[in-house]
Design a protein around this ligand. Structure first.
Ligand code: SF4
Length: 335
């Protein structure tokens, strides 16, 4: 779980000066067993940084990462944490050492996390891992180098390696974006099976809201480092409460999702006109305000507090704080 997490990175310019890039700010996210949470946003929105914070690759600058409700601190044993929480990277080729066969990679992962044993036991556990991710025939895959596998097979091997430590949480960072379109659905279905049959808590990071709609139980939307909206999938996808989510959905290729309808649409032209802000110098308050057709004075001054809704969704938007929810959606109840 990420609780009001922020992360700054120093960047140095060629004149010897430095300044901070606020890659993540006010980010909140909770993962639950047997549920997939999608984290959706444009590239550069801070999704990967948030995943890396959850994987303890970096410490947060502010806020807390928690596991089982307890804050993770410098004293938290890293080995224990990484046995519980595994990160799957976007690029399955870069994630695998081209010099090693699958057998070696799985054996190392099993041994590193105390699941070694006799040669025969490790072999059995490795074959079992490959079957769990539907990599067949597993005996042949064990003998393969990464270059002998297809992109989809490599991503399954990366997932099998992550499963070797028996994690409770899987963080999947754009796991299908570098795969052929023809095999993307297979990998999404594999993630759904791992959720359903093994009860994994999963974070699915994507810029593609249509795949989030297909796979996720819960959707969080991130813009310029801030989590601006979240809730049950249908709450976010069918009744978006934040103008940025609405913009994302309107720009989605899924025709069934298009909410824009002609000249009255307040978002007409916004997608083309706007660019995500430079995080080294982000706009104050709500970072979406330069692109938002509803922006008002408060938006430029202060990041709005969270508003929760009767359908389980929530959003950080001044429209709701000011009783102007109806301008975005007519039939949403504020709880
Ligand atoms: Fe738009 Fe203001 Fe809401 Fe931000 S807070 S999305 S600028 S209305």
């Amino acid at each position: 779980e990420a609780v009001d997490v922020g992360k700054e990175f120093p960047v140095h310019d060629r004149f010897g000066g430095s300044r901070a890039v606020r890659a993540v700010e006010h980010a909140n996210l909770a993962l639950y067993p047997g549920r997939i949470t999608a984290l959706v946003g444009e590239s550069g929105s801070g999704k990967t940084t948030l995943a890396r914070l959850l994987a303890l690759f970096h410490p947060p600058t502010s806020g807390e990462i928690r596991l089982d409700g307890l804050p993770v601190t410098a004293a938290t044993p890293r080995g224990e944490y990484h046995s519980a929480v595994q990160l799957v990277f976007q690029d399955p080729f870069a994630a695998l050492n081209s010099l090693h066969r699958a057998r070696y990679m799985l054996r190392r992962a099993l041994q590193l996390h105390g699941r070694g044993g006799s040669r025969a036991e490790v072999e059995r556990a490795s074959l079992d891992l490959l079957r769990r991710v539907n990599l067949t025939p597993p005996e042949r895959i064990l003998d393969s180098f990464p270059h002998q596998l297809s992109g989809g097979q490599r991503q399954r091997l990366v997932i099998a390696r992550a499963l070797a430590v028996q994690p409770r949480v899987l963080l999947a960072d754009e796991p299908i974006s570098m795969l052929d379109v023809s095999i993307r659905l297979d990998v999404l279905n594999l993630l759904a099976t791992l959720r359903d049959e093994q009860g994994l808590a999963m974070l699915y990071i994507t810029h593609d809201i249509a795949s989030a709609r297909y796979l996720a139980d819960t959707v969080h939307v991130m813009y310029a480092g801030q989590t601006v909206e979240g809730g049950p999938r249908d709450s976010v996808i069918l009744q978006p409460k934040h103008p940025y989510t609405r913009l994302l959905l309107d720009s989605s290729p899924d025709p069934a999702r298009s909410m824009a309808d002609g000249a009255d649409d307040p978002f007409a032209g916004v997608a083309e006109a706007g660019e995500p802000p430079n995080l080294a110098d982000p706009p104050p308050g709500c970072r979406f305000h330069p692109r938002c057709p509803f922006a008002m004075d408060e938006c430029r001054r202060e990041f709005p507090a969270r508003t929760t809704f009767a359908d389980g969704g929530w959003a950080h938007c001044w429209l709701h704080r000011k009783g102007r929810t109806g301008e975005l959606l007519a039939d949403v109840a504020v709880s």
